[in-house]
Design a binder for this molecule. Structure first.
Ligand SMILES: Cc1cc2nc3c(=O)[nH]c(=O)nc-3n(C[C@H](O)[C@H](O)[C@H](O)COP(=O)(O)OP(=O)(O)OC[C@H]3O[C@@H](n4cnc5c(N)ncnc54)[C@H](O)[C@@H]3O)c2cc1C
Length: 411
């Protein structure tokens, strides 16, 4: 019987393990933590958004530059397959108002428990506190076991699914990058994705508005050409976060790189009234009553709330324009200087990872025949909305298929 070693007990690794075991392969999973799936379980705290219900094309577009590589994996195991898989494990799913898909229980725990039972039934061995540290001179995986004993493991195929580097205390800390690079594998720098941004707000602003939402705004990164992102953002003590902020993350990182090398500063432009044109705003703002303060004027004429008005006051000059056309222009593009992203350990996911050029179509490393990779350790990114977990599952299935094909071939 063929044997497989899966290293990393997150969704990508465990789904690869399930796929391999279901095909009759003897599978051992090595997970460094005392229990697997810690990030999956944490993801479920606020509701496990496991995938999304939108149509294929927009769904695929969420993977940006990696969409072409991920497309066949979504064909192999797509959103409908993932939902059927959940149902099969006794956890039917539902579509939330935004099109996001959740298990009926909302949390991840019941689904994960059922999944581990299935893996046991399939005969998958799960080695906990089992840390992969690199390879020996013969290319065997080096594992330090739960008793602290180092050793080398051998199997017919190996699947790595070690995750990225965000929330490192949950297990995935990016320590795998150096051993992979030492073997000549190109790894693009791991960087925070789906992460809040740092802004040097004034003390007065923090005092009044940290924790306040900016409802239904549209965000762009000045000079980036990246499409605007709509939604609710959240003001924090250190900056700004939320769905639309995460969705422009790649453009923000590029702009920060430019700024770091002496180029233009990274500026987020906030359109506080994306559904109202600048001309309409000018008309409305033209109806100012002489006794109105600036705040009353903005509230009455345009319906801005205190946090939005506070944001207008945070602009470089500090003084609010009184001329309607100038004010309208400001409301349509409030400039917010971004100094950095929050650190990777506070990010929901990781951008960067093993370069696509290092893998063949089946996610096998070109430099290491018989070794496959899957999940967030690859160089792709996607916004929140279920796209991260979906791709992790799809890649797990795809890498396992690749491993099965490899086992069946004469190479
Ligand atoms: C707070 C939070 C909320 C999230 N919410 C969502 C959501 O709602 N929807 C969504 O789609 N995505 C969400 N995500 C992202 C999602 O959890 C990840 O994209 C997904 O878990 C990636 O799966 P993975 O298997 O590639 O990596 P991981 O889940 O990180 O698993 C990697 C595993 O490898 C193990 N490992 C690492 N190094 C070693 C080693 N040297 N030896 C042995 N084992 C090792 C780790 O301990 C870990 O268990 C969220 C993430 C966070 C942090």
């Amino acid at each position: 019987m063929s044997t497989a070693t899966v290293i990393g007990g997150g969704p990508a690794g465990l789904f690869a393990a399930e796929t391999l075991a279901a095909a009759g392969v003897t599978v051992t999973v090595h997970e460094r933590k005392p229990s697997p799936g810690r990030r999956f379980l944490l993801a479920g705290h606020g509701g496990l958004n496991i995938t999304h219900s939108e149509a294929r094309e927009p769904f695929l577009s969420r993977y940006g530059a990696s969409a072409d590589r991920i497309a066949p994996m979504l064909e192999r195991f797509g959103p409908e397959d993932l939902r059927a898989w959940c149902e099969d494990l006794g956890e039917p799913t539902f579509v939330g108002s935004s099109g996001r898909v959740f298990p009926q229980a909302f949390r991840a725990t019941p689904l994960f428990r059922a999944w581990l039972s299935r893996l046991t039934e399939l005969g998958v061995t799960l080695e906990r506190r089992s840390l992969w540290t690199g390879w020996d001179a013969d290319g065997r995986a080096l594992i330090t076991d739960a008793n602290g004993q180092p050793g080398a493991v051998e199997s017919d195929v190996t699947v790595f699914a070690l995750g990225g580097a965000s929330w490192p205390h949950l297990g995935a800390d990016g320590a795998w990058v150096e051993p992979f690079r030492a073997r000549g594998v190109e790894v693009t720098a791991l960087r925070p994705a789906n992460v809040g941004l740092r802004v040097a707000w004034t003390d007065v602003f923090v005092e009044r508005f940290a924790g306040a939402p900016l409802k239904n705004v549209s965000l762009t990164v000045r000079g980036s050409g990246a499409p605007p992102q709509r939604g609710d953002a959240m003001l924090t003590r250190t900056g700004i976060e939320g769905g639309p902020v995460y969705a422009i993350g790649a453009a923000i990182r590029s702009a920060l790189d430019v700024a770091a090398t002496g180029g233009a500063p990274c500026v987020l432009e906030v359109d506080l009234r994306p559904d109202v044109s600048a001309d309409q705003l000018v008309q409305r703002l033209g109806r100012r009553r002489p006794k109105d303060s600036a705040s009353t004027w903005l509230r009455r004429a345009v319906g801005l709330d205190p946090a939005s008005i506070g944001l207008l006051r945070e602009t470089d000059s500090g003084a609010l324009p009184s001329e309607p056309a100038h004010m309208a222009a400001l409301i349509k593009a409030v400039p917010v200087r971004v100094t950095d992203t929050m650190p990777i350990d506070r990010a929901i996911s990781t951008a960067g990872g093993i370069a696509w050029s290092e893998m063949d179509d089946r996610l096998m490393l070109r430099r290491m025949p018989g070794t496959f990779v899957a999940g967030e350790m690859l160089d792709w990114e996607a916004p929140t909305g279920g796209y991260l977990l979906q791709a992790s599952f799809s890649m797990g299935a795809w890498a396992a298929d690749g491993a099965l094909a490899w086992l069946g071939s004469d190479d």
